[in-house]
Design a protein around this ligand. Sequence first.
Ligand code: SF4
Length: 174
Amino acid sequence: MDKMTGESWVTTTFETLEDWAASNSFWPFPFGTACCAIEFMSTVSSHYDLSRFGSEVVRFSPRQSDVLLVAGTINDKMGPVLKKIYDQMAEPKWVISMGACACSGGFYRSYHVMQGIDEIIPVDVYVPGCPPTPEGLIYGLLQLKEKVTRDRKRFREQDRNQEKTDSVNAGAAV
Ligand code: SF4
């Protein structure tokens, strides 16, 4: 607070602001196939109020989503559909595997059920449980927020190092 003018100021960097926005405005695509999807519905409803964490803007178009939330049993026939939806999402994108079925096939030790969606797509956060509680899913989302911030810093660092290496190599070539 400026004592002379009474105005308030916040100073930050553009990168910090970008990280804050990216990790606090997820637009989830719910790929719900079974009971876990019902649990997801309760998590986005008024009691648990997922909008407190900026993740309530549910979209059913991969082009408008940045978090694929897989909630339910995935059988082998669904595999190509899930993979296609993942591929259609623009970068950057993340995946939450919700519940024992999506994480590992759950109690379906059978030939037609995928034993974990990470057989076909990368997973950022695994939420355990059958079904996971809304609190468990919210905790998973909070973990994803931290991961996104960490990853963005790491990628920026890698870019800077690469730029330095390129300029050193360019200098050496001259
Ligand atoms: S993990 Fe449990 S609750 Fe979730 S889809 Fe599988 S059987 Fe249903």
